[in-house]
Design a protein around this ligand. Structure first.
Ligand code: SF4
Ligand code: SF4
Length: 338
């Protein structure tokens, strides 16, 4: 059964050393790093932000030795977890299963976001044995919508559904603790598929499905209650209404969240996951400087101090973290009275 999820900002309580260092100095090193093993992908999703930001189009990938070097540097900077994502699709890099095993050998947790099209018996077992969680992005519950959104042939929808079912079956067979989720970005185009998608996923015996709005389309799904009703003890439906507040504006002045969560897109380090491939927010290149040098550089400080919120997504990944941390700024009064 899926363990209870908690909000990103509440996870900070589990890392008092980082919080303490942040409170003392205004900076710390990431607890989690996103690492993109490649910018290549075999899908062509409408609105793929990695592609839109120029990240995916260069088709770069990490060689195993480069990935190991970056994982070592991530570990030495004190990270607790690595999330393999994109960029492109992590599984487009053949070295990814070995990268997964290597991250685990360093004692760090691993998560993976993938389109699920490249799972096979061999790599599935490595992933299930080593990852804490895997999230497959599908965004559809029918071959037609799948094909419209992902710009792949309709028949591939059923191939991926089959792979998801096999992954979940293998998880039970080898008694893996890996949490398997499938993501669905809601939009006017995809909302009609939500109920069928939820039914299909429940019968695939995965742990959860997650609905989030496609960036820029905050249409409230009219059928969300029918999806929520399909939850069982072992199958959860995640849906947060606050993510659908299209008129939300950030009230804090600084992005402190980026201190706790780093992003390496193949060789380059960026301020946050939303700015992959955006030169203005590129902190450095690991082929030229070490991760520690980049993290402690004046360039990073300057970029972080000058983040323009007009460039940012309103409800970005670290928004809740930023809201919490902004309350700790300055010298709050009466902190000893709880
Ligand atoms: S699967 Fe992910 S990386 Fe690939 S095209 Fe779709 S959104 Fe982009
Ligand atoms: S999008 Fe969010 S996480 Fe990224 S820089 Fe802006 S506020 Fe920070």
């Amino acid at each position: 059964m899926e363990k209870s999820p908690i909000s990103l900002h509440k996870k900070l309580f589990y890392h008092p050393d980082r919080l303490s260092s942040f409170l003392k100095t205004g900076s710390t090193t990431p607890i989690t790093w996103e690492l993109d093993p490649t910018n290549n992908c075999n899908h062509d999703c409408i609105g793929c932000y990695a592609k839109g930001a120029g990240g995916r189009s260069n088709n770069e990938f990490l060689r195993l030795e480069e990935a190991k070097d970056y994982v070592d540097q991530i570990h030495d900077l004190g990270a607790k977890a690595v999330n393999l994502t994109g960029g492109g699709d992590p599984m487009m890099n053949r070295a990814t299963p070995e990268i997964v095993s290597y991250i685990k050998s360093k004692g760090m947790d691993i998560g993976m976001v993938t389109n699920g099209s490249l799972f096979n018996d061999k790599n599935s077992e490595i992933i299930l044995e080593n990852c804490t969680w895997v999230r497959i992005s599908l965004d559809s519950g029918s071959p037609k919508v799948f094909s419209e959104i992902r710009r792949r042939p309709e028949k591939e929808f059923w191939i991926i559904i089959d792979k998801i079912g096999k992954l979940a079956a293998l998880k039970r067979k080898i008694e893996s603790d890996c949490t398997i989720g499938v993501g669905f970005l809601t939009s006017k185009q995809t909302i009609p598929d939500m109920v069928e998608f939820t039914k299909l996923m429940r019968s695939s015996f995965i742990d959860y499905v997650e609905f989030r709005p496609f960036h820029g389309d905050y249409t409230i799904p009219y059928n969300i209650d029918d999806c929520l009703k399909m939850q069982t003890e072992t199958f959860k439906v995640h849906y947060n209404t606050f993510k659908y507040n299209g008129s939300y504006k950030k009230k804090y002045c600084k992005c402190h969240g980026q201190n706790f969560s780093g992003i390496i897109n193949v060789h380059k380090v960026y301020v946050c996951c939303h700015f992959r491939g955006v030169e203005k927010y590129e902190l450095g290149d690991l082929r030229e400087s070490s991760l520690e040098e980049i993290w402690n550089s004046d360039r990073r400080k300057n970029i972080v101090d000058n983040i323009d919120f007009n460039d940012c997504i309103a409800l970005c990944k670290l928004d809740l973290v930023n809201r919490s941390l902004s309350e700790l700024e300055g010298e709050p009064s009466h902190v000893n009275f709880i």
